[in-house]
Design a protein around this ligand. Structure first.
Ligand code: NI
Ligand code: MN
Length: 226
């Protein structure tokens, strides 16, 4: 699976030639100045929750590309009112078969108000299962015991977890999350973007390495095969 970082918690994964974009937040990210949101392609956009640092570029990218937006029922209604109608509402615990594979929505312990104050429903994580591999994106979340359920659904090739602390897990909690989900390859997200979430990269990598885990910290625009 081809993985590309767009900074903060925005990234894409290509499965079966479909480009799946997550939590688009590029235009207002100082660290992603080298990326033009107007040139980012997508077949699908998955939104973990309604906070601005996860959806700021969603309407523009969805409108330009025609990508299908998968999100909570409440965010789906909010997008529909803004003219984005190619949407698929889901909620925690549910799964759906898409043309690239199956996605199950799982618990994220966070909040999900939309930028204009509209209620955004529950925040969610996503477990992707496909012929090309499996992965978990937790979205913004605390460490939760619910994560232990995920390896009962699928064996993960890699996972995308927040490590920035303050609003989400820190790196130490993400190490525990990696153990709960039984996954050795973790891509860290949701760090450095704002003052509250600046981290020491080497210290974070060391915490993972001490437990036999691999933490990847990609620069905005950087890609890797997983
Ligand atoms: Ni958030
Ligand atoms: Mn966030």
């Amino acid at each position: 699976m081809h993985f590309t970082s767009y900074g903060h918690s925005c990234f894409s994964v290509i499965i079966k030639h479909k480009k799946i974009l997550f939590d688009p937040f590029i235009t207002y990210n100082e660290l992603a100045k080298g990326i033009d949101a107007a040139s980012v392609e997508a077949d699908y956009i998955f939104l973990s929750h309604g906070h601005e640092d996860h959806i700021a570029d969603c309407v523009a990218i969805a409108t330009r590309t025609g990508a299908k937006v998968v999100c909570s029922f409440e965010i789906h209604m909010w997008l529909n009112r803004q003219g984005v109608t190619n949407t698929h509402p889901m909620n925690t615990g549910g799964k759906w078969s898409f043309d690239f594979g199956v996605v199950k929505c799982v618990t994220a312990h966070h909040s999900s108000g939309l930028p204009d104050g509209t209620y955004g429903g529950n925040p969610m994580g996503f477990v992707f299962t496909s012929e090309e591999g499996n992965f978990y994106y937790s979205g913004d979340t605390a460490l939760t015991l619910d994560m232990q359920l995920i390896p009962q659904y699928t064996a993960l090739n890699f996972s995308v977890l927040p490590i920035g602390d303050n609003f989400t897990m820190d790196a130490a909690d993400a190490v525990q999350a990696a153990k709960f989900i039984q996954c050795r390859k973790i891509i860290g997200v949701h760090y450095d973007t704002f003052g509250y979430i600046k981290i020491d990269h080497e210290a974070a990598k060391q915490l993972f390495a001490e437990q036999g885990l691999q933490l990847y910290l990609l620069s905005p625009g950087e890609s890797m095969e997983l």
